[in-house]
Design a protein around this ligand. Structure first.
Ligand code: ZN
Length: 152
């Protein structure tokens, strides 16, 4: 879906996706049960879903275990969701093994991508930025600030 390249990464918390048309296909987006994606309700049970192309995104909890209207990020196509999982696999492998803290990993990734830490969420990235983040995290020691400075 080439329409991906026309969608910018988010630089601020997302709007309500049901108040705009799908950025990929122009279809109607609804706030609905995520049963429509997974076959059963999962997590807080809610998501935004494009009724035309199936792009979707989860939502934050409302604090009582239910889904709120606050989206987690950009409406994501299947290709974006796959790339997000691949990015998380590389990213999480670092802080899960306590090589660096999660916050330090986000700071380093933001620096390497040339964006602010506030913008540095995989859920905020469009397909191009997801691909870029994935490449940035390819070197085994991508998270080591000192090694990067020596090479710079
Ligand atoms: Zn759509």
């Amino acid at each position: 879906m080439d329409a991906n390249k026309f969608v910018d990464s988010l630089t601020a918390p997302p709007i309500r996706w049901d108040e705009v048309l799908c950025p990929y296909c122009g279809g109607e987006v609804v706030w609905t049960s995520n049963r429509e994606i997974y076959g059963r309700e999962y997590g807080n049970g809610r998501c935004y879903l494009c009724t035309e192309c199936g792009a979707c995104v989860g939502v934050h909890d409302n604090g009582k275990g239910k889904g709120s209207r606050r989206a987690l990020g950009l409406l994501a196509t299947p290709e974006m969701r796959k790339m997000k999982q691949k990015c998380h696999a590389r990213f999480d492998a670092v802080w899960h093994t306590h090589k660096r803290s999660r916050a330090a990993c986000y700071r380093q990734l933001a620096k390497l991508m040339g964006i602010s830490v506030r913008q540095c969420h995989f859920g905020y990235f469009n397909l191009a930025d997801l691909n870029r983040a994935y490449q940035i995290m390819a070197p085994f020691h991508w998270y080591e600030e000192k090694l990067k400075k020596v090479g710079a």
